[in-house]
Ligand binder design. Structure first.
Ligand code: CMP
Length: 491
């Protein structure tokens, strides 16, 4: 028998024993009671005479039968649970267990009573039929809740939306189902509502489901740019990026404000929807701002401060560079000089921009999208960091002349500005704080990478010392004035 098949049989046998085990402690006393009552009823006629109870209780003779009925009742209940567990694949819900117990005990008590007191069951059932009908009519709603409860399309733990209420199912009882919302509010929904209303069950077989954010962007934003920003913002959230189905950006329509975009991404649990939505929208706000995109005032879910732009060339780029830490101290003229010479690069998702071990002499500042940094060692490829809009990469080779220390690959289509060593050299000469800040970031990244590189861990000094060493290297590599050495950045 194949291994997996055998383990399945073993597993179901184990679960059968597990479910049947609780009945064992009951069986031994039940058997003893049955044997005692059988002996009692067998010998009762002779014992009664000896005890002087000629008229004495006649039901003793029926005791073994009644006991047998009750023992059978317990067995039926237990076997009912085992069967339900077998069919459902999990422990039967409380409601199902209660119904099995109630039905069995009703039959057992009825049969036991009929035997002990010689009640004519047949005629009693006929006369009680009318009574049952009257009770049934009076308790119509309750019974409807009860029977609907048995076949509810949800189970405890599911996330559902029904009749405007959304929450996780925490209890299913005879009459109603309790949900608890993300705000910890308990909502009680009568079971009938699950049959008369549309129920949305968010519990997915795949282990995640898709959530949406709708954004209207101005017509001036190209589809490529919108995709880069939207997909980049969603992928920046680790929980979303770690799920198998990647985010998607679709055009949902057009209106007088611009283009309606639908950003779709995976989330593991509907209870996290609001939290993840907030994080994606926060990334969107920042990335729209960095890209100089002003959202139309109406019909948007995100609001942002207005970006003041002039009509001079490269104004957007100047605003962007001024917003990033590295260049925030530079004057308008200095920034413009860099903007005139830097090159916008559209980076295709999955295609490395720089590769570990290659020589390189340019720095990239990410404008839109998201990139990952990986290091390859004998143990395989490890991700060491991610670079989002406003951050830079490529500074290690540019500043030290060493080969690229890592491979940088866009996770989604992205956009970056490439700044060459010739463009940066005069900036570094005039602005020691830029070199100092770069050496800080460089030191931080080297420290982060050290444990992943076999020979690097032992050489890592304290962050400040390392950053000073790197700065000295940069000063001699770029032949900067020595005053840069004494610069201490105020970060
Ligand atoms: P460089 O060595 O020129 O090329 C690869 C780049 O990856 C490197 O410069 C850094 O800019 C960047 N990089 C290396 N390690 C990290 C890290 N841990 N986090 C973010 N970026 C990194």
């Amino acid at each position: 028998m194949p291994n997996d098949q055998r383990s399945l049989t073993e597993r179901s046998r184990a679960s059968f024993y597990e479910a049947a085990l609780p009945v064992m402690p009951f069986l031994v006393p039940a058997l003893l009671a049955f044997i005692c009552s059988a002996i009692l009823s067998w010998r009762w006629d002779s014992w009664r005479g000896r005890l002087g109870l000629e008229d004495g209780p006649h039901f003793i003779g029926d005791l073994p039968t009644v006991l047998l009925i009750f023992c059978t009742g317990v067995l039926v209940i237990r076997l009912g649970h085992v069967y339900a567990q077998h069919r459902l694949g999990h422990r039967p819900p409380r409601l199902v267990r209660q119904i099995i117990a109630l039905t069995t005990w009703t039959v057992a008590v009825g049969a036991g009573g009929a035997i002990l007191w010689d009640i004519p069951v047949g005629s009693l059932m006929t006369t009680s039929g009318l009574l049952v009908a009257v009770i049934g009519l009076a308790l119509k709603n309750m019974l409807s809740d009860l029977f609907n409860g048995i076949s509810l399309p949800v189970k405890v733990g599911d996330w559902v939306e029904i009749a405007g209420a959304k929450g996780r199912v925490i209890e299913i009882s005879w009459r109603a189902t309790k949900l608890v919302s993300t705000d910890h509010v308990v909502v009680v929904v009568p079971n009938t509502q699950f049959i008369t209303n549309t129920v949305r069950n968010f519990t997915s077989e795949r282990g995640y489901f898709r959530d949406h954010i709708k954004v209207t962007l101005p017509m001036t934003v190209t589809a490529y740019q919108a995709s880069r920003i939207l997909l980049g913002a969603a992928t920046q959230v680790d929980t979303i990026a770690s799920l198998p189905e990647p985010p998607e950006a679709r055009i949902a329509g057009f209106n007088e404000q611009g283009v309606e975009w639908d950003l779709v991404y995976s989330i593991p649990d509907v209870g996290m929807s609001n939290k993840l939505r907030h994080r994606v929208q926060r990334s969107l706000m920042r990335d729209f701002f960095l890209s100089g995109i002003e959202l139309p005032a109406a019909h948007v879910e995100i609001h942002q401060p207005a970006v003041v732009r002039s009509n001079e060339p490269h104004t957007n780029e100047v605003v962007f560079l001024r917003l990033i830490d590295l260049f925030c101290t530079l004057t308008e003229g200095e920034l413009r000089k860099i903007c005139d010479q830097m090159k916008p690069r559209l980076l295709e998702g999955g295609m490395p921009v720089v590769r570990q071990g290659e020589m390189g002499d340019s720095l990239y500042i990410v404008h839109e999208g998201l990139l990952k940094v990986t290091i390859e060692t004998d143990n395989g490829v490890t991700e060491v960091g991610r670079i989002r809009p406003g951050q830079f990469f490529g500074e290690m080779s540019l500043m030290t002349g060493a080969p690229r220390s890592a491979t940088v690959t866009p996770m989604v289509d992205s956009k970056a500005y490439e700044i060459s060593r010739e463009v940066l050299a005069p900036v570094l000469r005039d602005r020691p704080e830029v070199a100092a800040l770069m050496s800080e970031v460089l030191a931080e990244r080297q420290i982060a990478n050290a444990p992943k590189l076999e020979n690097g861990a032992a050489q890592m000094d304290q962050r400040e010392t390392l950053s000073q060493q790197i700065l000295s290297g940069i000063i001699s590599f770029f032949r900067l004035p020595v005053k840069a050495r004494s610069y201490s950045p105020q970060v």
